[in-house]
Design a protein around this ligand. Structure first.
Ligand code: NAD
Length: 477
């Protein structure tokens, strides 16, 4: 790889396999301190034009390769990123704020995702075969895929999209969130050493840059992961050239505990599913429905765990939960907490926003809160969980479904048959019993209702990076 410009603070875009530094730059803040710790090059329209041109140039050769060949190249990509995992985790912990253990876990998903996705065959299907007509369904790559990612799981989400786009024969342009651009930029540099030039271009930029990508006629598909309001803008922008669009958006996931479980036995996995990454996971449990008969015991079991968690800078190996990722999100969650207090709900644990220099909030368990409170109706995306009382399962299901979101949901019980029956009634993309969310590259992942459009992962997801083409072959009459 050659460097044809001076890197800004060491971070560069990767365009056409080369390191490119931007003219302008923006600050990147460490959420554990609230202070700027790095500068990031800011992509311009000219950078985007160069990236689109490079991706289009690379497409014919890359798209014509066999799946086996692309699988082998992607395995080298995964190997190179995994070899750089410790460096990338060190950048991630500073820009994202999650604990170093969570950063390492995110990096360890890279090889697994690539391996699982590239093990899936998306071959031709024979739809009919008679002497007069043979009909096959083939899948062709789309061309250039634009990948836009959020700030909560920058590397994990990007790698899933890269693997799908590239394995199916497309080339790609990836733009991370301006809050967490650095580990992704560094990954782009690592990728440039193993991928042909132009196959993967990685550029940092603000929200406007995402808009330029969405509207660009040289980009054939957008894979977007982020909030519902931005997802709607992406869909509208993509209409310009009828781009294919996959939207992975927000959630307000319900979990329903049935009356046969011991609250102490389920508190730990439920807590983890709600508070991992400081509650900033699209498929985190965000509303917990608990039978009246065990309500206090469940609240207390969760509260005990919450009180035991050490919060602080995620780079400190002894810390159990890092800060909220950015000031805007911190203010939003703070507003939701204030609204919760104003309504007279009971804070069973947490509720503090300690002044440790960054955007910190204690893991907070809330009881006795109305269904129309902001904490229940909105996606808080922070370390705060409402525990809601119910007496009748049908009522719990109705309330769980009473939302415009529909990402995932779960039911917790020893009675697996009953659990599966209740889970199936949840209006969500992924319904689980005794586990929650946990996207897996082998199964389709996506949202019902306003939580998304289309599916990522599995053969279903891979096919969304391709155009279906019917091929009819008949003998001359
Ligand atoms: P966001 O929508 O603010 O930003 C996401 C990305 O979109 C960023 O890269 C941003 O720069 C870009 N962007 C902003 N405006 C744009 C525009 N007009 N056109 C194109 N791109 C634009 O989301 P966020 O705050 O970074 O992420 C948090 C949200 O993401 C939460 O709602 C969370 O639930 C959701 N999320 C969903 C999934 C999923 O798989 N369903 C996964 C992770 C996060």
């Amino acid at each position: 790889m050659t460097t044809d410009a001076v890197a800004l603070g060491g971070f560069v875009h990767t365009i056409d396999g080369r390191a490119v530094a931007g003219g302008a730059a923006f600050d990147v803040i460490n959420p554990a301190t609230g202070a700027v710790f790095a500068r990031c090059p800011e992509g311009t329209r000219e950078h985007l034009e160069a990236a689109v041109a490079a991706a289009r140039r690379a497409f014919p050769e890359w798209g014509a390769r066999s799946f086996a060949d692309r699988r082998a190249v992607l395995a080298r990509f995964a190997e190179a990123v995994s070899a750089g995992a410790e460096e990338l985790a060190g950048i991630l912990v500073k820009e994202q704020g999650k604990t170093i253990a969570e950063c390492r876990k995110e990096l360890s998903s890279v090889a697994r995702q690539v391996e699982r996705l590239t093990a899936i065959e998306v071959g031709r299907e024979v739809l009919g075969d008679t002497p007069s007509r043979r009909v096959e369904l083939a899948y062709r790559p789309l061309g250039v895929v634009g990948i836009i990612t959020p700030w909560n799981v920058p590397i994990g989400i990007a790698v899933g999209r890269i693997a799908q786009a590239l394995y199916t024969g497309n080339t790609a342009i990836l733009k991370p969130s301006p809050y967490t651009p650095l580990a992704t930029l560094r990954m782009g540099e690592i990728a440039a050493a193993v991928l042909p030039p132009g196959v993967l271009n990685v550029l940092a930029g603000g929200d406007a840059f995402g808009g330029w990508m969405t509207a660009h006629p040289g980009i054939d598909k957008i894979s977007f992961t982020g909030s519902v309001p931005t997802g709607k803008k992406v869909l509208a922008g993509a209409a310009a050239n009828l781009k294919r669009v996959t939207l992975e958006l927000g959630g307000n996931d319900p979990a329903i505990v049935l009356d046969d479980v011991d609250p102490d036995a389920v508190a730990e996995p439920i807590y983890r599913a709600a508070f991992a990454n400081c509650g900033q996971i699209c498929v985190a449990i965000k509303r917990l429905y608990v039978p009246e008969s065990m309500y206090e015991r469940m609240c207390e079991a969760l509260a005990r765990i919450a009180r035991s968690v050490k919060i602080g800078d995620g780079a400190d190996e002894t810390v159990g939960m890092g800060p909220i990722q950015n000031r805007m999100q911190y203010e939003r969650v703070k507003g939701i907490l204030e609204d919760t207090r104003r309504r007279g709900a009971r804070i069973v644990a947490g509720g503090g926003m300690p002044d440790l220099g960054g955007y910190f909030m204690e893991p907070t368990i809330v009881a006795d809160i109305a269904d129309d409170a902001r904490l229940v109706e909105e996606e808080p995306f922070g370390p705060i969980l409402p525990v809601l009382k119910y007496t009748d399962v049908d009522d719990a299901v109705r309330r769980a479904n009473d939302t415009r979101y529909g990402l995932s949901g779960s039911v917790w019980t020893n009675d697996l048959e009953r659990g599966a029956e209740v889970a199936a009634r949840l209006e969500v993309g992924t319904a689980s019993v005794n586990r929650h969310g946990l996207p897996d590259a082998r199964t389709p992942f996506g949202g019902a209702k306003e939580s998304g459009l289309g599916r990522e992962y599995s053969a279903l997801g891979l096919k969304s990076y391709m155009e279906a083409q019917v091929v009819n072959v008949s003998p001359l009459a």
